[in-house]
Ligand binder design. Structure first.
Ligand code: 4AD
Ligand code: MG
Length: 481
């Protein structure tokens, strides 16, 4: 018979039908009950072997982790916990798994341990659920934009530009490390490199996205981006995926509306399409919470948290308003927010962001109009305020438990202002002539943002470490496979 996926089998009612199923053994109880998983669902099918009809030498090889193929009959299950099971007629071992050596035992392993055996962690329920949700969200991103008529633009991975101007780039070089060509003053002579130029892995597709938006109107990118920051946190990766829409004729309000709509759409999509996975992760978190002291337990379960996000409008306030909220906040005994703010002009620390979102507003917050000096060169300059301070049309979206999930802005479309800002920030205009052409020829108001895909997956799955929501995390000293 043709192979049936376990996902389809579990909802079938074809009792008496002969089926063929392949998968990996999760457990084998009492030499009789196999819990079999083929990855199509986090749920297992129970396959029952009649030990008298099989050789003992074969039964011994049904071990946790082994790949097997079975043929059998769909029957109603008498046991608790499942509706149907398979009565095995024939069984073949496709690949043995030495029970003594297989690192995944049929018990709950810690996420830390699973991170050490990341090459096998796909085979657990937790990671099956996480990466199914990741897949569904990626699909939903494309669906959302496609339905709105946005064009998906592939922007380059290797580029000479530093889109964020932050200098956090991985160099790409074709130099033979033993023969690096140098100028007379000892500096590296990039003209001799394959690209004739210093190139790096992209930190963002935004600038190229802007070129396309100035022709198509509405575009988005969705691809890997790289940051050479040596930070070991639960929110940062050296390689992460980013979704960057860019829209002509949008101002900052349109931009915020789109970002909020997108985030709500994606969360709703996961709720509607990943019910089993979310239910599993919700229960996993509840179990974990039980181990914690009362005061550290979460107030809401995962689904309540997701639904809450859908039901509320995101709070929109300016950076200046946020600073005054923080300054007037009751000093928290542990973290004295009041004194952490160095004053207007400094960037918010994650404690500040968490306070605003989790304690003050208790919902997602969009912070706008940051001081120009802590943001990128391309953001649209506001008129100086009554105190002579300059801000830009920036927006950061802050999420509970995550902090910044989206960063974006209305772009500076006025050529002279942009050139002046680039000069002040020491960004060489001659290298960016291609970018400035968007402002030279038919410049138009436009805006865009970047959504960190892993931070979204973190939020939706309720996982707490970004290394657990990307299949192959790249963090400092972590790039084995
Ligand atoms: O705020 P960022 O640096 O903005 C940009 O790159 C803009 N060019 C986006 C745009 O306007 N088109 O990054 C955007 C988002 C952040 O809000 C965060 O969610 C995520 O990307 N992000 C990271 N995620 C994981 N690891 C890192 N090291 C990240 N850096 C940024
Ligand atoms: Mg940012």
């Amino acid at each position: 018979a043709k192979r049936t996926r376990i996902k389809d089998l579990l909802v079938s009612s074809d009792f008496g039908k002969q089926v063929s199923v392949m998968g990996w053994v999760r457990t084998f109880r009492n030499n009789q009950f196999i819990a079999l998983n083929d990855g199509s669902t986090i749920n297992n099918i129970q396959a029952v072997v009649d030990l008298n009809s099989f050789d003992e030498s074969l039964l011994k090889r049904i071990t946790t982790g082994a790949a097997i193929s079975i043929n059998g009959e769909i029957v109603e299950s008498l046991g608790k916990g499942q509706r149907i099971e398979i009565k095995v007629n024939s069984l073949e071992i496709l690949g043995d798994s030495d029970a003594e050596k297989f690192p995944l035992q049929p018990k709950k392993h810690s996420l830390e341990f699973l991170r050490e055996i990341a090459h096998l962690r796909f085979r657990t329920n937790t990671f099956n659920a996480v990466f199914k949700i990741r897949h569904a969200l990626a699909y939903a991103v494309h669906k959302f934009f496609n339905d709105k008529g946005f064009v998906y633009m592939h922007t380059p991975i290797i580029t000479a530009s530093d889109a964020e101007g932050a200098g956090e780039m991985f160099r790409v070089s074709t130099f033979d490390p033993d023969h690096i060509p140098r100028n007379e003053d000892g500096t590296v002579n990039y003209k001799e490199d394959f690209f004739g130029k210093a190139t790096n892995l992209t930190v963002s597709g935004q600038l190229e996205g802007e070129l396309a938006a100035m022709a198509f109107g509405d575009i988005y990118t969705f691809g890997p981006t790289f940051r050479a920051e040596n930070s070991n946190t639960t929110r940062h990766l050296a390689e992460f995926w980013m979704i960057e829409p860019e829209m002509a004729f949008y101002d900052l309000n349109d931009n915020m509306d789109l970002a909020e709509e997108l985030l709500k759409y994606l969360i709703r999509y996961a709720i509607d399409n990943c019910g089993d996975e979310l239910e599993f992760l919700k229960n996993r978190l509840l179990e974990e919470d039980k181990q914690k002291p009362q005061t550290e337990r979460s107030e809401f379960d995962l689904l309540t948290k997701l639904n809450f996000c859908l039901e509320n409008n995101f709070e929109r306030i300016t950076y200046t308003e946020a600073v005054s909220i923080l300054k007037n906040s009751k000093p928290n005994q542990k973290k004295q927010f009041k004194y952490l703010i160095e004053g207007w002009g400094s960037d918010l620390q994650s404690e500040h962001e968490r306070y605003l979102v989790e304690k003050h507003f208790k919902k997602p917050v969009i912070l706008t109009d940051y001081p120009a000096d802590i943001k990128s060169f391309y953001m649209r300059m506001n008129e100086p305020d009554t105190e002579g301070r300059t801000t830009v049309r920036a927006m950061d979206i802050l999420f509970p438990g995550i902090g910044e999930i989206v960063g974006g802005s209305q772009r500076e479309e006025r050529l002279e202002k942009l050139e002046k800002r680039m000069e002040e920030m020491h960004i060489p205009a001659e290298d960016m002539s291609w970018y400035l052409d968007t402002r030279r020829f038919g410049s138009a108001p436009h805006a865009g943002f970047g959504l960190g895909f892993e931070r979204l997956v973190l939020f939706v799955t309720g996982m707490t470490n970004i290394r657990d929501v990307i299949p192959f995390p790249r963090t400092p000293k972590n790039a084995e496979f």
